[in-house]
Ligand binder design. Sequence first.
Ligand code: NAD
Length: 257
Amino acid sequence: MSIAGKTAVITGSTSGLGLGIARTLAKAGAHVVLNSFTDSEDDHALAAGIAEEFGVSARYIQADMSKPEQCRALIEKAGACDILVNNAGIQYVAPIEEFPMEKWDAIIAINMNSAFHTSAIAVPMMRKAGWGRVINIASAHGLTASPFKSAYVAAKHGVVGMTKVVALETAREDITANAICPGYVLTPLVEAQIPDTAKKYGMSEEEVKQKVILERQPSKEFATVEQVGGTALFLCSDAAAQITGTTISVDGGWTAL
Ligand code: NAD
């Protein structure tokens, strides 16, 4: 079955992976709902651009994924949600004893709790439609850990666990729930970490990419937005209909170590 005419809601999709996944699904004919917490002309123009480029309907709906009611309202306002991509996420890095409480709360809310709230509204809609795909963008940090990322690692492990539960609750229906676990992808989220790290280690930004960031990634290459988008599209295909409750790593071998 093709995804042409299906509606995909992608949280946190004004940049990076979310935008890349939205573009990939739109290219395959899905109508897309973009989202972030802002409400600027640029946000709406991004959706209009996708609609024009791929000949699908594309809307931008503002909703702050740190707020439970807004997560739920996003799916309600979308009106349909055949494909739910829980992608919104932020990062903060600090040793546990210095980790600010409000950063912990924000990361858990945006990176984990939002997926619970959106799924709670979307799954009944998928049941009614007789088909659905829940795709949670977790991380290699949903399967393994790094120092200084307590909240992020906790949230991503939580998302992987919740993915399995949603899969079991929908196992007898034409609905699947899976988590994609990317390694490093060069998006604004990762780029933001480079200048500080360069300063900290007295390295050039290129050295930081190769020696610090890609240190854990055996391929020594960043995964790309298109590769993660392609994986999401595969999870929507008939070939993936029996793939549910699991993780797919797109990490250049990171979790094989
Ligand atoms: P990004 O910063 O480029 O994009 C994050 C998106 O989330 C943006 O559109 C931003 O506006 C949105 N967002 C942030 N806070 C929000 C909020 N409160 N409500 C709604 N939207 C919000 O980051 P990215 O690298 O594309 O990350 C996307 C997802 O992929 C995240 O969940 C991240 O953890 C995950 N991931 C990224 C990498 C990587 O290397 N880039 C690796 C593994 C997993």
